[in-house]
Design a protein around this ligand. Structure first.
Ligand SMILES: N[C@@H](CCC[C@H](N)C(=O)O)C(=O)O
Length: 282
């Protein structure tokens, strides 16, 4: 299986061209686990297939490193947009991608005639417990919801950005949070019927945040695009920050704008690292 390895702010993906490679009939969960393994595989946070679509320019299918399928992935969206353009699969600089979370629209950003990043229309956030999903009355929102882990209660805000997020603002430096200890316990709390991505954030100023993430199905990652959008949305909703903010992540920075029409725009890098051929023995 030929692939191309990419990252967006350190959140890394193996991208496979489903127009050329035989994807039908493949055990996607097993392929995801094997390819993403950092010792026995290529190593990545996710395996991403670019496929034909009936409703959009292309379809993007995202398999987390634990083999589960994600509805959406912000950082992969930027990487796929640039991959499609640079591999000559399209000459459009703005495409529509079909995802399990609906159509997503990335647009290449050019500086001095070269691609310098990608801006993505991530759609509208959703806040009802039934939409996130979180347990409790389906029509209710989820602001300041307590979750207790190892005797400490965290208060978080539930946001769906195509996939579920639980954003926790802390006064203490998020660089001190033991993500591998706390993250999985919140991810799998009974509050979240489809589990959740977990974001820990500090507000540095009204336009600048720091965020670290434990991703559902992938664990600690250096960045999460949907999670960064959820963090700025949760911060603006609770009066902590402006609707446009730069977010510092362990692997780089993303800029998020929550526009007046309720759509969220994410701008950040998309970088190809290497290409190769994987011997898929499954
Ligand atoms: N890293 C991603 C999100 C990938 C999916 C996530 N782990 C989930 O299962 O929801 C991003 O950049 O958004």
């Amino acid at each position: 299986m030929q692939f191309s390895k990419w990252h967006g702010a350190g959140n890394d993906f193996v991208i496979v061209n489903g127009f050329k490679e035989k994807v039908a009939g493949l055990d996607l969960a097993a392929a995801g686990r094997l390819v993403c393994d950092r010792h026995f595989g290529v190593g990545a946070d996710g395996l991403v297939f670019v496929l034909p679509s009936d409703s959009a320019d292309f379809r993007m299918q995202i398999i987390n490193s634990d083999g589960s399928e994600a509805e959406m992935c912000g950082n992969a969206t930027r990487c796929v947009a640039r991959y499609l353009y640079e591999q000559g699969l399209t000459d459009k600089t703005k495409v529509t991608l079909e995802t399990l979370a609906g159509p997503i629209r990335p647009e290449l950003v050019f500086t001095d005639g070269k691609v310098s990043g990608v801006r993505v229309d991530m759609g509208k956030p959703r806040f009802k417990r039934g939409e996130i999903p979180m347990s409790g009355p389906a029509e209710d929102g989820a602001v300041n919801v307590p979750v207790t882990v190892d005797g400490r209660t965290y208060y978080g805000i539930g946001v769906n950005m195509g996939n579920p997020h639980f954003v926790i603002f802390l006064d203490e430096d998020v660089r001190k949070v033991e993500l591998p200890v706390t993250g999985p316990k919140i991810e799998t709390d009974a509050l979240f019927p489809r589990k959740t991505n977990v974001e820990f954030a500090n507000v540095l100023s009204r336009g600048e945040l720091r965020m670290r993430v434990w991703e559902r199905g992938a664990g600690v990652t250096l960045a999460c695009g949907t999670g960064t959008c959820a963090t700025v949305v949760a911060g603006a909703l609770s009066g902590r920050c402006d609707r446009t903010a730069q977010v510092h992540l362990d692997g780089g920075d993303l800029t998020i704008e929550w526009a007046e029409d309720d759509r969220v725009f994410m701008t950040g890098p998309a970088v190809e690292v290497f290409r190769g051929e994987f011997l898929l023995r499954i």
